[in-house]
Design a protein around this ligand. Structure first.
Ligand code: UT7
Length: 323
């Protein structure tokens, strides 16, 4: 039986224990300073996964919290989507590994590769599958370990990223929760942010580290985030002033400030974690969402706008009514 709507019934997050401050990076030989990183990006520190931790382990911890919040037993999970660019292995998918670690069986499980927009992509797919009646519930996770694909001698990229995971549980609903999602990609822009290496015949071919044209990304991100927010609003007939909380991808505080300013949303209505988490790619939006839900900022009936942008280039929005 198709359901008219889906809603988020629970959220969770996990951050690895080890914290690296900007000063720690300087001590480790990165040619930077706390002042430069804070001024240009708003980042003060990042979490880094331990040697033995896999992306599926981060996802597992966040998923357990989200499932507990939703009152759903891990064995009752149906659809699992993991948004990640740093999967445990080439295959099977991190979602299949997560399904096994959770003790769930039989429902569909797959990864979504849309880099930093991955969580919004995955949420949109899960929303559609729930509304069609294809699945009973969905666990949607954003999880990434960028510390393993960074060139720690490249100060232009290594100061920007961190590791973490965030998760939400989606359930069918008679009243609207996910109000609208909008997704986009422009593959012609794929060179702006990429990890160009590949595994071939048993060796890594090409460069396996993150490369980025920072200034090009900056300009592109501010433009498309504003546009895609407006698209989701137009789909629902809501005005910009109806947004209670803006949760943009946590890449850089200046991108977030510029986007919120363009949208006319005051700074205190923007959820910010980039100062403590840095850019955790697909995990950044669900991490910020969980923090603002658990500390009581996001309340029932409020409208939350999530905005993702990342390599591909990809971008997307999800407008949600909470509760
Ligand atoms: O999910 C999307 C992820 N990507 C992003 O969000 C990135 C968006 N872009 C940005 O956040 C900014 O472009 C950056 C933070 C990456 C760079 O800031 P910028 O203001 O665009 O700096 P820049 O690249 O123009 O570099 C200015 C100077 C350069 O020195 P010179 O050539 O002027 O002597 C860089 O070498 O800053 C230098 N620099 C650094 N200095 C200290 C670059 N990185 C660092 C660093 N510490 N970590």
């Amino acid at each position: 039986m198709p359901h008219p709507h889906s809603r988020i019934a629970g959220t969770g997050r996990y951050l690895p224990a080890e914290v690296l401050t900007n000063d720690d990076l300087v001590r480790r030989g990165v040619e930077t300073s706390d002042e430069w990183v804070r001024t240009r990006t708003g980042i003060g520190q990042r979490h880094v996964a331990a040697e033995g931790e896999a992306t599926s382990d981060l996802a597992l911890a966040a998923s357990r919290q989200a499932l507990a919040a939703a009152g759903l037993a891990p064995g009752d999970v149906d659809l699992i989507i993991v948004a990640t660019t740093t999967p445990d292995v080439i295959f099977p998918s991190t979602a299949c590994i997560l399904q096994d670690k959770l003790g769930a069986r039989g429902g569909p499980a797959f990864d979504v590769q849309a880099v930093c927009s991955g969580f919004v992509y995955a949420l949109s797919i899960a929303d559609g599958m729930l509304k069609s009646g294809a699945v009973r519930n969905a666990l949607v996770v954003g999880a990434d370990i960028y510390s393993r694909i960074l060139d720690w001698t490249d100060r232009k990229t290594c100061v920007l990223f961190g590791d973490g995971a965030g998760a939400v549980v989606l359930v069918p609903s008679q009243k609207p929760g996910i109000l609208a999602t909008r997704l986009h990609a422009d593959g012609a822009q794929r060179g702006m942010l990429c990890v160009p290496g590949q595994v071939r015949n048993g060796t890594v071919w090409g460069d396996p580290f993150v490369h980025m044209d920072g200034q090009a990304v900056f300009k592109f991100a501010v433009r498309v985030l504003t546009e895609v927010a407006d698209e989701a609003l137009a789909a629902t007939g809501m005005a910009r002033s109806g947004i209670d909380w803006l949760i943009p991808h946590q890449a850089n505080l200046r991108i977030m400030d510029a986007t919120s300013k363009r949208l006319g949303i005051p700074h205190e209505r923007v959820v910010v974690t980039v100062d403590r988490h840095a850019n955790t790619s697909a995990a950044s939006i669900p991490l910020a969402l969980d923090e603002a839900v658990r500390d009581g900022r996001i309340r029932d009936g409020q409208h939350v706008m999530m905005l993702g942008v990342g390599g591909g280039f990809t971008w997307g929005s999800a407008l949600v009514r909470w509760g």
